[in-house]
Design a protein around this ligand. Structure first.
Ligand code: NAD
Length: 376
């Protein structure tokens, strides 16, 4: 019988040919923080309307010089970067696909060596994350990569928060200039917006800390600015309610994230993208006093009038994806399977075997493990 996984769907401004989306995947191959020709090849390989992703979500892309937290990730804040992304989006469109850029500010998950003038990274509060980042250091004339502890951040002043909101607005405009079909705001995985949301990282006592309504305020302002700039029908948001990635923690995620999605319902977003469990890990990972109820999260959004597509992610197979669609999800994002299978959708449809992703070549390096995975 035909599977709903391969049926088209209108999502915001786009008509998607099926429900298989490519999740955002950091690959650390943008040397000098500028997108490369290899990146255009990689994304175009995954853009075939029937064999590849119905929608490609780019790797996380820093919105400003301060937003960087890992070596060799591609920015979207200089004219050179915008122009280089244009070659990527043109290649995807020529191949018949659609691509949105994931807008990223890492907040405290950074290192002074990656920051302008070696300054401290910014965060809701001056609390260092128990997390590592990856930097390059010169050693005996050689460029060597190393995992290092994240640096102690400084707390953003109240009067600096409008400039953070403005950086997201600017980045959304840059995205359209670079030829993207829209943007996904990265609200997940313990980065800046998630740091404001969760009380493990946000100890502020002003209007942006304390009660849930305050902790959700910055994200709400960012989403309002971005949707006002480019239209809600070209904007998605990724959340990861219980992931412990990057030292993310909240005492009670259920009411927090239900408030977040209710607040966003009037913005007319194209989609909400929910990482279930631990990003890249256990789907049943829990945080807080009771198991997280994802169906209740969706119901909270729908009850508030939210009509965006509901996208789910984390460890999906064809069988699990079909169960999710039967249970009310609209789209399923696949991450690691798309690293190794440029024609993942075709393989899922035909029940063909999948290539196995090679962890050793996920981050950094050359075309090996990047553009050389075979299609059928
Ligand atoms: P890891 O702990 O092995 O590495 C962490 C990061 O360091 C990588 O994401 C990469 O950016 C960087 N890195 C590692 N080796 C590198 C190299 N040789 N060259 C350049 N950069 C290098 O990564 P992991 O265990 O796969 O991921 C940890 C968690 O973080 C997972 O939950 C993952 O899903 C999540 N993650 C999230 C984002 C994001 O939200 N943007 C990006 C990467 C990973």
């Amino acid at each position: 019988s035909p599977s709903p996984l391969f049926e088209p769907l209108r999502v915001g401004a786009w008509t998607l040919p099926h429900r298989v989306v490519m999740a955002p995947l950091t690959r650390n191959r943008a040397f000098g923080q500028v997108p490369t020709a290899a990146m255009a090849t990689y994304y175009a390989q995954r853009a075939h309307p029937q064999h590849g992703a119905s929608l490609i979500i780019s790797e996380a892309t820093p919105i400003s010089p301060e937003a960087h937290g890992y070596a060799d990730t591609p920015g979207l804040h200089s004219p050179q970067q915008i122009q280089a992304w244009r070659a990527v989006t043109d290649a995807v469109h020529r191949a018949g696909g659609r691509i949105v850029v994931q807008l990223w500010h890492v907040g405290r998950i950074s290192h002074t060596s990656l920051q302008p003038q070696g300054q401290a990274p910014v965060a809701p509060s001056a609390l260092r994350a128990q997390a590592k980042t990856f930097v390059f250091v010169e050693q005996d004339g050689q460029r060597r990569g190393a995992f290092v502890d994240t640096s102690e951040p400084r707390a953003l002043r109240l009067d600096e928060l409008p400039s953070i909101v403005d950086a997201y607005r600017q980045a959304a405009l840059h995205a359209l200039e670079a030829g993207f079909d829209g943007v996904e705001v990265h609200g997940a995985n313990g980065y800046l917006l998630d740091q404001f949301l969760r009380n493990g990282a946000n100890h502020r006592t002003d209007a942006y800390g304390g009660p849930i309504e305050n902790r959700a305020r910055l994200l709400g302002e960012v989403m309002a600015a971005v949707t006002e700039a480019i239209g809600g029908d070209r904007v998605g948001l990724r959340l990861s309610p219980v992931t412990p990635s990057n030292d993310a923690h909240d005492d009670d995620p259920q009411p927090l994230f239900e408030h977040v999605v209710r607040q966003l319902a009037p913005l007319g977003l194209a989609y909400l993208h929910i990482v279930e469990g631990q990003t890249g890990g256990a789907r049943d990972h829990q945080q807080g006093p009771r198991p997280f109820d994802y169906a209740a999260l969706r119901q909270a959004y729908r009850a508030a009038g939210g009509q965006g597509a509901w996208m789910v992610n984390n460890g999906y197979t064809r069988e699990l994806a079909e169960q999710a669609l039967a249970g009310g999800a609209d789209l399923v994002a696949f991450g690691r399977p798309f690293i190794a299978n440029p024609d993942l959708t075709r393989r899922l449809r035909e029940g063909a075997p999948l290539n196995t992703p090679d962890r050793a070549t996920f981050y950094g390096g050359d075309e090996r493990g990047y553009t050389d995975y075979p299609a059928l």
